[in-house]
Design a protein around this ligand. Structure first.
Ligand code: PEP
Ligand code: MN
Length: 362
C-alpha cells in the first residue's frame, strides 16, 4: 500500500513538472460510466497527463446542474486506477478539500468564483494546512491581479509549496466573442510577478464554444504558457454543464496535434547572435523614441506657459481631434493599427496635459 502511494506521488510530481502539461476531462462528473469512459478514451490518446472533473459546480444561476457531489469521488478514484491518470478537482470549502483528499484526488484547484472571495480562499487554505498536494488557482472572474495574488499568498501561507496558476479569462457585461475575455496582458503580468510559478491556460472557459478553442490554445502556447486545461466529454452536446465548449477525447487529441508547440529558447549560437543584433536595434529605437517624447513634452510645456499667460484652458478638444485624426491616417500608412495609435496618442496626450498642468499651477 505504502509502495503504491509513493509511486503515485512520484507520478504526480513527474506530471506536475512536465511541459507542456495537458489536463483534460469533463466539466462535470455526471455518471460513473461517463467518468470511466472519458478517462479511458483520454488515456488512449496518450496525450493527456491529468484527468479533471468538476464534482461541486459553482453555477452562476441556480437551477443548473450543480455537481454530483462527493458521490462522484470514488468514480475518479476508479478512473485513476484503470488509466493511471492522476486526478484534479475544484474545491471551494474546507469540507470539499477534506472529501477530495479522502478519495486520493492528487491535485486540487480553486475556481474563478472562489478566488474572488478571500473568506472562501482562506477556508480552503486552512483545510490545506499540513497537507502536501499541489494546488492550482484560477484567476478571479474580475480582472483584478491583487485578488489573484491574494489567493496565492493565502495558499502559500498555509504551507503549500507547489502552486500553479490557471488563466481562464475575465467576465464582462454584454455579449463578446469570448465567454470570458482573455485579457492576455493580465496573465503575462501575473507571470512576470511569479516567474517560477507554473501558468497554464484554460481555453474552454475563455472560448465558451468549440470553434475558437484551438485559436485560444495556440495563442497561449505562443505566449509561453506551461500547459493547457481543456474540457472533454464523450458526448459533448449532451453534457450536463458547459456543453457548447466541450470536445470529445479524440477531437482533443486532433487539436493537440494541430497546435504548433513552441519553446522559449533553443541552443543555437547563430540564432542567439541574430536575435541579439535585432534586440540591440530595438533598444536603440526605443531610446530614440524616448528622446523624442522628452522633446515633445518640452514643447508642450512651452505651450503651457503661453496658455497660462493668456488664461487659456489646457484641453482644447478641436486641437486634440485634429492631432488624433492626423495620427490615425499617418499610422495606417505605416502599418500601425487604429487601436494602437488611439491608445498611444491617448497616453502621450495625457502626459502632455500633466506637464502643462504643472506649469499652469506653478
Ligand atoms: C470549471 O473548470 O468547470 C469551472 C467552473 O471553471 P471556472 O472556475 O473557470 O469558471
Ligand atoms: Mn466548465
Amino acid at each position: 500500500m505504502q509502495a503504491i502511494e509513493t509511486t503515485m506521488k512520484n507520478l504526480v510530481q513527474e506530471k506536475w513538472n512536465k511541459r507542456p502539461l495537458i489536463i483534460s476531462g469533463p466539466c462535470s462528473a455526471e455518471t460513473e460510466e461517463q467518468v470511466i469512459e472519458t478517462a479511458t478514451r483520454l488515456a488512449a490518446t496518450g496525450k493527456v497527463d491529468m484527468l479533471r472533473a468538476g464534482i461541486w459546480k459553482p453555477r452562476t444561476r441556480p437551477g443548473m446542474f450543480e455537481g454530483i457531489g462527493a458521490k462522484g469521488l470514488p468514480w475518479l478514484q476508479r478512473a485513476k486506477k484503470m488509466t493511471g491518470l492522476p486526478t484534479t478537482v475544484e474545491v471551494a470549502t474546507g469540507k470539499q478539500v477534506e472529501d477530495a483528499l479522502t478519495f486520493d484526488v492528487d491535485v486540487l484547484w480553486i475556481g474563478a468564483r472562489t478566488t474572488v472571495n478571500p473568506f472562501s480562499v482562506q477556508e480552503v487554505a486552512d483545510a490545506l494546512k499540513g497537507v502536501d498536494v499541489p494546488i492550482m488557482i484560477k484567476n478571479p472572474i474580475n480582472p483584478d491581479l491583487e485578488l489573484w495574488t491574494g489567493a496565492v499568498e493565502r495558499v502559500e501561507k498555509a504551507g503549500i509549496k507547489q502552486i500553479g496558476l490557471i488563466h481562464r479569462g475575465f467576465s464582462s457585461y454584454g455579449n463578446t466573442e469570448y465567454r470570458n475575455a482573455p485579457m492576455w496582458h493580465l496573465a503575462i503580468e501575473m507571470k512576470r510577478r511569479n516567474p517560477t510559478m507554473m501558468l497554464i491556460n484554460d481555453p474552454s472557459h475563455i472560448s465558451g464554444r468549440r470553434d475558437i478553442l484551438l485559436d485560444v490554445a495556440q495563442k497561449a502556447i505562443d505566449l509561453d504558457f506551461d500547459g493547457l486545461m481543456i474540457e472533454s466529454h464523450i458526448d459533448p452536446d449532451n453534457a450536463w454543464s458547459d456543453a457548447k465548449q466541450q470536445v470529445t477525447p479524440e477531437r482533443l487529441a486532433e487539436m493537440l496535434d494541430t497546435i504548433i508547440w513552441r519553446k522559449e529558447d533553443i541552443n543555437s549560437e547563430e540564432y542567439h547572435a541574430a536575435l541579439e543584433k535585432l534586440r540591440q536595434q530595438i533598444n536603440h529605437l526605443d531610446d530614440e523614441l524616448m528622446q523624442i517624447l522628452g522633446q515633445r513634452m518640452k514643447v508642450a510645456e512651452k505651450i503651457g506657459e503661453y496658455k497660462k499667460n493668456n488664461s487659456i484652458t489646457i484641453l482644447q478638444t478641436n486641437r486634440w481631434n485634429e492631432i488624433l485624426e492626423r495620427a490615425v491616417n499617418k499610422g495606417e500608412k505605416l502599418g500601425l493599427s487604429n487601436e494602437f495609435i488611439t491608445r498611444y496618442f491617448d497616453a502621450v496626450h495625457m502626459e502632455s496635459i500633466n506637464h502643462q498642468n504643472k506649469i499652469m499651477n506653478s
